[in-house]
Design a protein around this ligand. Structure first.
Ligand code: BDR
Ligand code: CA
Length: 329
């Protein structure tokens, strides 16, 4: 099986991604690293991760807590906390798990049991142990990977592949701002550092492809399959779906499931090699991802951008198959 680390800020769609990976024998989940995604309270996100792993029957899989944004001062962290707090609480719920974590046994006071190494070092050490075997899936802001790269410039040669949910490459330029997707907006310097680090195999799933999935469809199919975790999946998604509905969207994108599905079923995706960079300075474009489709920058291509899901029904069936393999908790 392919060794995978998921760097995540769980997160409703993060939870779906982790369950998808957990139920797929083609992947071996080596650990989760937690990205600063919802305030300074990274341990709360870490315990969400532990809850998801427990529900997936993988309670012994290590969870490592992450670093704070790479380039922020304390004041700026405060600002990020406030800004993120508002947007993310709305979509992901007060507990970042659709407000259902207590009901499924999360003990909010339990803030222990994390791996002794902080996320950047945790990632690096696993890569050292299994050179060119680890695939890193990033479904939160990118400061953990950026910090690891900063400390260990040899990391790109040690990783097998990096698959990221971040950015936007179609008409829809952003969700956090009109020009920026949330994961890139939350640490644009980190996103730019990752994109320009010289990875041989780097794949990006932006908003234009994540909006080709629909949480409503996925959770309905799970319930129809009668699998052990389908009630959890149903409850988890409820708030997220309602918020997207209130925003006038016709679907609720299961953003973070895409990188995992890409590893499982690359045949379900069309992608394009291209040069991508991230704006770090612009007043109104900070965090914006730009793909140089025509090669006007005359810089080498640095990633593959996923553009299209070729078979949405099969995507859904693969998702349900994985969830169905998970044991009753
Ligand atoms: C990204 O932002 C988060 O809220 C989601 O989990 C996903 O990783 C989508 O822009
Ligand atoms: Ca996420």
């Amino acid at each position: 099986a392919r060794r995978v680390i998921i760097d995540t800020d769980p997160g409703v769609d993060d939870a779906l991604a982790i369950l998808l990976a957990s139920g797929s024998p083609q992947l071996k989940l080596e650990g989760l690293s937690i990205a600063f995604g919802n305030g300074k309270d990274i341990a709360a996100l870490g315990s969400n991760a532990k809850l998801i792993l427990r529900l997936a029957g993988l309670a012994t899989t290590p969870v490592s807590l992450g670093a704070e944004p790479t380039t922020c001062t304390d004041d700026e962290v405060g600002a990020v906390v406030q800004r993120e707090g508002m947007a993310k609480t709305l979509v992901h719920g007060e507990d970042h798990m659709g407000n259902v974590s207590a009901q499924y046994g999360k003990d909010a006071s339990d803030r222990t049991g994390f791996h002794e190494l902080a996320a950047p070092e945790f990632i690096y050490q696993l890569c050292k142990r299994h050179p060119r075997e680890i695939t890193l899936v990033c479904i939160g802001p990118l400061h953990n990977l950026a910090s690891a790269l900063h400390a260990h410039p040899d990391l790109p040669e040690l990783l097998r592949e990096v698959v990221i949910m971040g950015g936007a490459f179609g008409e829809r330029r952003g969700n956090r701002t009109p020009s920026a997707e949330a994961n890139f907006f939350d640490d644009p310097e980190a996103a730019q550092a990752v994109l320009t680090a010289g990875f041989e195999h780097l794949v990006l799933a932006g908003l234009d492809i994540t909006h080709q999935t629909d949480m409503l469809v996925l959770r309905k199919a799970c319930v129809e399959s009668g699998s052990a975790l389908s009630q959890f999946v149903w409850d988890l998604c409820e708030n997220f779906i309602n918020v997207y509905h209130d925003w006038g969207e016709t679907l609720a994108p299961a953003h973070d499931t895409i990188p995992i599905m890409y590893l499982l079923r690359p045949d379900l995706f069309e992608g394009q090699r291209v040069r991508v960079e991230v704006e770090t300075k612009g007043d109104i474009t900070r965090g914006m991802s730009i793909a140089d489709w025509k090669g006007q920058w005359q810089k080498p291509k640095n990633c593959t951008v996923l553009r299209r899901i070729t078979d949405g029904d099969e995507f859904c069936r693969e998702f349900v198959r994985a969830i169905s393999r998970l044991p009753d908790f």
